[in-house]
Design a protein around this ligand. Structure first.
Ligand SMILES: Nc1ncnc2c1ncn2[C@@H]1O[C@H](COP(=O)(O)OP(=O)(O)OP(=O)(O)O)[C@@H](O)[C@H]1O
Length: 302
């Protein structure tokens, strides 16, 4: 587990992280979500000690802190950041990269072949990375981190440039890493994907982290709390409010309308479906508020 205690970071007098205190546990996947330029990478760079915060500290497993070089070396054996595509050497093969990472972290060499197989990289892993496509390079970067096999894994935009099949494949591997007890922290803009596997998701704004469950209670419990209608005219919204005065109606900047149906029984839900059908509304879904909708509420509503 890794803890951030009262972390503060400022750039040009602006608070990027403001007194951030949070614990990331073993065996969980944490999602970090925010618009570009908010501070997701900064947070990861603080965890890696690549950026010195103006206040606060990072504590690993209740005991290790970045107080000296020796501790930093110890901590970097346990905490890793996924390499960036610009870290790859074009003149050597993917497999060589994996061997280097395996030996740097002194991990089980068997992980090299199993990871190649898991990620379906057999056909190109022995070629120089200079010949790889964007998606192949991204898979290799992910594989390098898997091979280093650290207890805490930080990933900034791990799904960048991947096709849907590989997004799914890597999502499954992240879930497997979590079941091995690792702490996986992922910054991502692929909200639909992230909400499928993340245990906790934080939005970032004005230097602070807020748990999405605090914005929409029940979000992480995956309850039926909401009817989501992609498009609806104002006059029908008015009708709904008349017909179902108890139902909270919320219009989002992304065009969707949400009806709060928390605690409704099947009869009450049936009445709402009937009403929508009578008004020729066929595009609606039952579920919870989606992460996309929460994002729209949190970042786009004025
Ligand atoms: N070394 C630095 N010096 C000055 N400003 C910086 C530095 N690093 C980051 N910033 C600024 O801090 C803010 C947060 O940057 P950061 O890279 O953490 O955002 P992000 O949320 O990861 O964005 P993205 O989604 O685009 O990756 C930005 O305004 C950025 O310009």
């Amino acid at each position: 587990m890794i803890e951030l205690k009262n972390i503060g970071v400022q750039f040009s007098g602006r608070d990027i992280l403001k007194d951030v205190s949070v614990m990331f546990n073993a065996g969980e996947i944490v999602g970090l979500v925010a618009p570009n330029g908010t501070g997701k990478s900064t947070l990861m760079n603080v965890i890696m000690n690549y950026i010195n915060p103006i206040s606060g500290k990072v504590i690993l497993n209740d005991e290790l802190e970045y107080t000296n070089k020796k501790n930093e070396v110890k901590m970097h054996q346990l905490v890793s950041m996924m390499p960036d595509q610009s870290d790859l050497y074009n003149q050597i093969s993917g497999k060589e990269h994996l061997k280097i990472y395996s030996s740097m972290w002194n991990s089980n060499p068997k992980l090299i072949d199993s990871t190649i197989q898991e990620l379906g990289m057999e056909s190109y892993i022995n070629k120089n990375t200079g010949t790889y496509s964007l998606g192949m390079r991204q898979r290799l970067c992910f594989a390098m981190q898997v091979v280093s096999d650290t207890q805490v894994m930080l990933m900034d935009e791990v799904m960048n440039g991947l096709d849907p099949t590989h997004v799914e494949l890597i999502s499954q591997i992240l879930v497997k890493k979590k079941s091995e007890g690792k702490t996986v922290i992922v910054a991502s803009h692929l909200l639909e994907n992230l909400e499928k596997y993340a245990d906790r998701i934080f939005f970032m704004k004005n230097g602070e982290l807020i748990l999405v469950n605090a914005i929409s209670p029940g979000f992480e419990e995956r309850e039926i709390t909401t009817v989501r209608i992609s498009e609806m005219t104002d006059s029908i919204k008015g009708e709904i409010s008349k017909e179902f005065p108890e139902t909270k109606v919320r219009s989002l900047p992304n065009g969707a309308t949400l009806l709060d149906v928390r605690g409704y029984d099947s009869g009450e839900l049936g009445n709402i479906v009937e009403f929508l059908k009578e008004n020729q509304i066929t595009e609606f879904s039952f579920g919870k508020v989606t992460l996309n909708d929460l994002y729209s509420m949190y970042y786009q509503e004025v």
